[in-house]
Design a protein around this ligand. Sequence first.
Ligand code: ADP
Length: 305
Amino acid sequence: MTCLAVVDLRKRYGGTTYALDGVTRSFGIGITGLLGPNGAGKSTLIRCIAGVENWDDGSVEVTLGAGGRRPRRAVGYMPEVVAFPRELRVRSYLRLVCSAKGVRKAWRGEIEEKLLLTGLAPVADRVIGNLSKGYRQRLGLAQAMIGNPPVLLLDEPVSSLDPINVVDVRRSIRFYARSACVVVSTHQLAEATALSDRVVVLDRGRVAYDGPMSDLGRGRQLTFELEVLARDGDALRVVVDSWNAAGHVRTIRAGEAYAVTVPEVTEAELARRVAVLVSEGCGVIGVRPVGDALEEAFAHAVGNA
Ligand code: ADP
């Protein structure tokens, strides 16, 4: 089910280069990661959808609301940097957000729910100016979630958080995304992998890739290291030498364990070579890509744009 549709969106900030150069995409329930190098147009796209930025051409349509209608506040938005009134207490600030978003009747329950969801309950009565960075980022998330908007836009929501905060914030986002359309922009590949099944990669204002994170590098040649158990190391070397002069075999444990480097192969070719090893009586007990496989796959996707 489509919750959010962006059609041929174009935006430029003076000059001739488009920050968004005809972006057309639909988004449904769940988390979509918005990836791209710096300057790719991620923040611009998020700001246009959030309605805080105008665009030159195209349209943004939010189609899911209570009872299928467009709700009054359809979109929740967490900018990369949220400016808070430092002197307010967390609960009072969220009360203000409720008023601004037209959450009038059940605002108390709404605030308590979002305090719990984002892990802010222990600091609900603290002054915002005294909060740690992690708690302020959680508050940015809570304000965006107030009113349960069917579309939630998060611009770099875990940038500069410590690992414990990252895990907690991811959990809150995943919980919310069970019944909402969540778009998370990030330039961190590990973050996109952890949060989203689907990623949309932007490059110079255009969509360079849209699909599962796991397919981003499909067809790409990578270098792998296999952990192999073999009775006869010399026989193993002969097999590897027959593949490619650049491959090599290294003994990693006394006895029968070897690390075998398989350079520059696709996953299909790797599977074929593993099958050859197994048919030669070797046990393959571990496979790992060498180097920045994810980053290489990403660069490949951007290079194709
Ligand atoms: P990203 O979020 O992917 O890093 P942005 O959306 O911030 O990319 O920027 C896309 C392009 O638009 C960049 O070339 C950037 O310099 C330009 N840009 C973004 N905001 C403004 C602005 N307010 N004024 C002028 N140019 C801008």
